[in-house]
Design a protein around this ligand. Structure first.
Ligand code: 13P
Ligand code: SF4
Length: 343
């Protein structure tokens, strides 16, 4: 299946600045003391600490839950804590705030943005909708609250196909903003009426087909797990069909889907096409297996802004807080709730 593509809005890369990735030279003992301080502050503030798989290892280790964006939003929706410390990026903290408007949601560093989320603005989406007024808008969770407010459904990489499959087959779908995920979903749902917005994540885009083929050549029995945001997905889907890649050992999965898949697989070696932060949970949970990142330089500078020091400062000062204006939150919540009902 192929996707149609909307015309590109030029220069969205100018909308964000990549933060420098700070080296944290803490000793094991300093890390342990800082983690103790984080836990003490969480208890004092009645806070829950949620961390994404791409966070720094020492931040993942101190979290109450480490998961993908779907499971983190589900955890936020059901927590009884007063405060949510979101160790992830801004759209994730916004989603938590939309689901729990009565709670304080902290994002320890406001530089934690997302290039994919920056690819589409609410104005651009409104202009796009005007051209196709009968289409259903499905927005990836990696979007701003304003974009979600303009959308009919939200989805994550874990449930995008499920959400799209729930929409009547004859309805055209505007899928924002990830063109690579749109292509994977079109193939999984066998739909030819998905119009993908031309956005992308700069980290996953850097995961290229040549890197995949080189790794698969070096390790012939390996299983290939690719995040559907990767720049190589269309090419890898074609290669799996023409036999250049082994179709039975090529999978398109969310970060949580990768963990689940490895737990159920008999394979011992895996090629991973995603941000390298996931290697922390994988090597911890499956010490006997071997993991090879397709691109070892696929590191998200936005995710790495969150350090233990910033988590401590955030809990001490109860800043920076992320709160979505009520009118936008109410509209965005419809799209998120529809996803959570289907998830
Ligand atoms: P997951 O939903 O698979 O965790 O990926 C989302 C993402 O790209 C976070 O940056
Ligand atoms: Fe956004 Fe990509 Fe970073 Fe995920 S890895 S937060 S999609 S920039």
């Amino acid at each position: 299946m192929s996707t149609l593509t909307a015309s590109a809005e030029p220069g969205f890369e100018d909308r964000y600045t990549l933060p420098a990735i700070e080296a944290v030279p803490d000793t094991a003992e300093e890390i342990r003391r800082k983690q103790e301080r984080v836990r003490a502050l969480c208890a004092e503030r009645k806070a829950v600490l949620l961390a994404h798989h791409y966070q720094r290892a020492e931040v993942q280790e101190v979290a109450d839950a480490v998961a993908d964006s779907l499971k983190l939003s589900q955890a936020a929706a059901k927590t009884d804590a007063d405060v949510i410390v979101f160790c992830g990026v801004h759209f994730m903290a916004e989603t938590a705030s939309i689901l729990c408007p009565e709670k304080t949601v902290l994002l320890p560093d406001l530089r934690a943005g997302c290039s994919l989320s920056a690819s589409v603005t609410a104005d651009e989406l409104r202009r796009w909708k005007e051209k196709l007024p009968d289409a259903v808008v499905v927005s990836y969770i990696n979007t701003s609250a304003e974009v979600k407010a303009e959308s009919d459904y939200c989805c994550t990489s874990a449930n995008a196909a499920k959400v799209v499959a729930a929409i009547p087959a004859e309805r055209t779908i505007l899928f924002v903003p990830d063109k690579f995920l749109a292509a994977v979903v079109a193939r999984q749902t066998r739909r030819s009426n998905i119009i993908g917005y031309p956005g992308y994540c700069h980290v996953h885009k850097s995961i290229q087909p040549e890197q995949v083929v080189a790794l698969m050549d070096q390790h012939p029995d390996i299983e290939l797990l690719l995040h559907p945001e990767c720049g190589c997905v269309s090419s890898c889907m074609a290669k799996a069909m023409d036999g250049t890649l082994p179709a039975e050992r090529t999978f398109f999965l969310s970060t949580e889907g990768m963990l689940r898949h490895i737990g159920e697989s008999a394979a011992m070696e895996f090629a991973l096409g995603t941000e390298t932060g996931i290697l922390h949970q994988l090597t911890k949970k499956f010490p006997e297996r071997t993991f090879y990142p397709v691109n070892p330089n696929a590191v998200c500078a936005f995710m790495k802004t969150i350090t233990l020091d910033r988590v401590i400062r955030s809990l001490e000062t109860m800043t920076p807080e992320v709160r979505v204006p009520e009118a936008i939150a109410q509209k965005a919540k419809r799209a998120i709730d529809r996803m959570l009902e289907l998830a």
